[in-house]
Each structure stands twice: as C-alpha cells, then as structure tokens.
Design a protein around this ligand. Structure first.
Ligand code: SF4
Length: 347
C-alpha cells in the first residue's frame, strides 16, 4: 500500500536534508555505539558536547575500558539516567575482555552486551555493519503511528510487536543504516511531537494523520505508572573549607554518585527534628536551605539541605569523607547536589 512511497521518500529526503553529525561520518562501531548510548533519552543538541568530550577522553574502547569509574561518571554528569553510564563502562570492559576490543557485528550478539537493548543493537548492526534490522525508537514510533494512522499503544507489548513488524517490512534492504536514520531524522526534524512541520514533510501526501488532522492524537500511549514524590533531608557536615560527602551505594537513584548524609521521610520535616533524630544538638545547625525540587522520570525529588557546622557529630559508618571545593568539583554528583553547591558558592 503506502509502504514503498513512505520508504522511498523518507530516504530521499534524508539524503538531501540530514544533519552533519560526527557519528554519521563513520562506520566505526565504537563511535556509533557511544553516540547511541548518549542519545538515549537525550536530544542531539544536548548529547553532542557529551559525545565530543567522551571521544576526546576515550578515543577508543580500550581507553574507555581502562578508565576509573568515577571519571566516566564525572563526564556523564548532567545527562541523567546514570545506569546508562555504568552500563557503558561495563560494556566497554566486556568488549575488551571477551572480544579483544572488537564489537560483535551481529544483532543477536550485540544484544548480549550490557546496556544494549533491541533498539541500540539494531542501530549498531545496521549503521556499522549493514545488517538489515529495523531500529525503532520514539521518533520512529511517532512517524509510523502518524503516517499509517496506527492507534495501538506504543508502550504495550502487542503495540510494540505491530510497530516492529511494520518497521521491518519497510526497511530498505540495500541501505538499512541510512533508512533507519532517515525515519529517526524525519521524526526529530519534521514530524516532531508538537507542531509537526507537515507543510514541508516529504511523505505528507500519503499521511493518514495529516489527512484526518489527527497528528496530535498519535502515537497513542497506554497509561503509565504514577510519579512518586520523595522527600530528602541532606545533612551537609562542613568545616575548615571542607564538605563531607559519600558515595551512593544502594540500588536506588544516582547509584555511584556522591551526595551528603541523607534522611528520607514521607514529607518535609523541620530541620531540628531531623537533627535530633540522629542524636545531634539543634545548636549545630548553621543554615537551612529552601526546598529544592528536581524531576526524574518516575520520581519527583523535594530536598532540603541542613548545614551542620560541626563535623564532630558525623554519624559513624556513613562513609562520609571531607572534600575541598576543588576535590568536590571533580566528584561525579547528581545535578541536584551540583546545583546546591553552586548556589552556596562552594563550587
Ligand atoms: Fe508527521 Fe505531518 Fe509528515 Fe504526517 S505529514 S508524517 S503528521 S509531519
């Protein structure tokens, strides 16, 4: 039906309009893999400087594999979803240890590496090795849902199967990497979530959503889980131009990043109450911040920072260590902590 029209026009448009991005001028799987991991949940504009910093620091997989974990997390700081950074590092190590630094070329083998799901495996296999597998990301779901007028929820297992099958049928067997990028680029530049540029769209004449004026209803998403609010009280022990920080170990948000001693409750509590609950004297409090708000994908963080100007009361076994401003600046930290330290003038 509309399939050949869609594929041909999307690819032709891509050849004439694609952005000149560094990972598009290479078939090096390391660079393509790195760009794909950085660009998950991240726009190209935001991800590009990260990609350039990573390539400058680790020009090949051997250099990345040999890097200390803190250095990788530090470079990642601000991108969020830190599991991606940890998986990135684990994947580099595995490629070096088990594959002599050579990325596997088959989709099925790429899928076995940490942090590489079906989309990323398909992107690497098609772009670096020319394997005919369809890469389906959020842009592709949106473009296909609109062009073909598909109402299946894109986040349901059955909906995913429908889109994956269609994407596979549409794939240009001669140029799978270029075709995958063409549909993603169309979604990023023309068929955007809000206000798509239908008037310049190369596939407009066959588009169901355009004909029915339904672009704003597509793609359909089934209701997802609710966002939970968490209340964190950070006790900022400080003294002698040093601040006491610790590495987060628990299987929770920000694992491996550095923050302060933290007390979590089911709502914000007065600073004195928190301090007393730890057996400390409220007189040690030398400042209380306003509430900071920070949005994560499924969590809203409300945090308050309570400065304790007497490190003598440090809770034992909390793993807190003193850091000068220069040392604290080098630690990998959640954006919330960096924001607070910058606001206080410590960084
Ligand atoms: Fe998207 Fe509009 Fe193009 Fe349809 S015509 S694919 S809605 S940009």
């Amino acid at each position: 039906m509309d399939s050949p029209f869609f594929a041909t026009n999307a690819l032709k448009w891509y050849d004439e309009n694609r952005r000149d991005l560094p990972w598009r001028n290479t078939s090096d799987p390391y660079r393509i893999w790195l760009s794909e991991i950085i660009l998950q949940q991240t726009r190209v504009q935001q991800g590009l400087p990260y990609y350039q910093r990573f390539i400058a620091a680790f020009p090949d997989v051997f250099r990345l594999a040999a890097a200390p974990p803190d250095k990788v997390l530090r470079l990642w700081e601000g991108l969020g979803y830190y599991t991606r950074a940890r998986n990135l590092h684990a994947c580099a190590r595995l490629v070096v240890q088990n594959h002599q630094g050579v990325f596997p070329s088959r989709y099925e083998d790429l899928l076995r590496l940490p942090g590489i799901g079906p989309y990323t495996a398909a992107a690497i296999a098609s772009m670096a090795f020319g394997q005919a597998v369809a890469a389906v990301d959020g842009n592709v779901y949106r473009v296909l849902a609109r062009f073909f007028g598909l109402e299946q929820p894109i986040n349901s297992p059955s909906g995913k199967r429908v889109f994956q099958k269609l994407a596979h049928e549409l794939l240009d067997r001669q140029r799978p990497g270029a075709y995958n990028q063409a549909v993603m680029e169309l979604g990023a530049l023309v068929c955007t979530p809000k206000n798509p540029a239908c008037h310049t769209c190369p596939v407009r004449s066959g588009c169901r959503a355009f004909q029915l004026n339904r672009w704003h209803k597509l793609p359909v998403k089934a209701q997802t889980r609710k966002i939970r609010t968490r209340y964190l009280h950070y006790l900022v022990f400080s003294g002698g131009n040093r601040v006491y920080m610790k590495k987060r170990k628990a299987r929770d948000i920000w694992q491996g990043l550095y923050d302060f001693y933290c007390v979590e409750t089911n709502r914000l509590q007065p600073a004195e109450k928190i301090v007393k609950s730890l057996g400390l004297r409220p007189g040690y409090i030398s400042g209380v911040s306003p509430a900071y708000r920070h949005q994560l994908t499924h969590q809203k963080i409300v945090a308050r920072f309570v400065v304790i100007g007497n490190p003598a009361g440090l809770p034992a076994d909390a793993g807190l260590r003193p850091y000068t401003p220069a040392q604290a600046a080098r630690l990998p930290k959640p954006v919330l902590i960096t924001r607070y330290l910058a606001d206080t003038g410590f960084l």
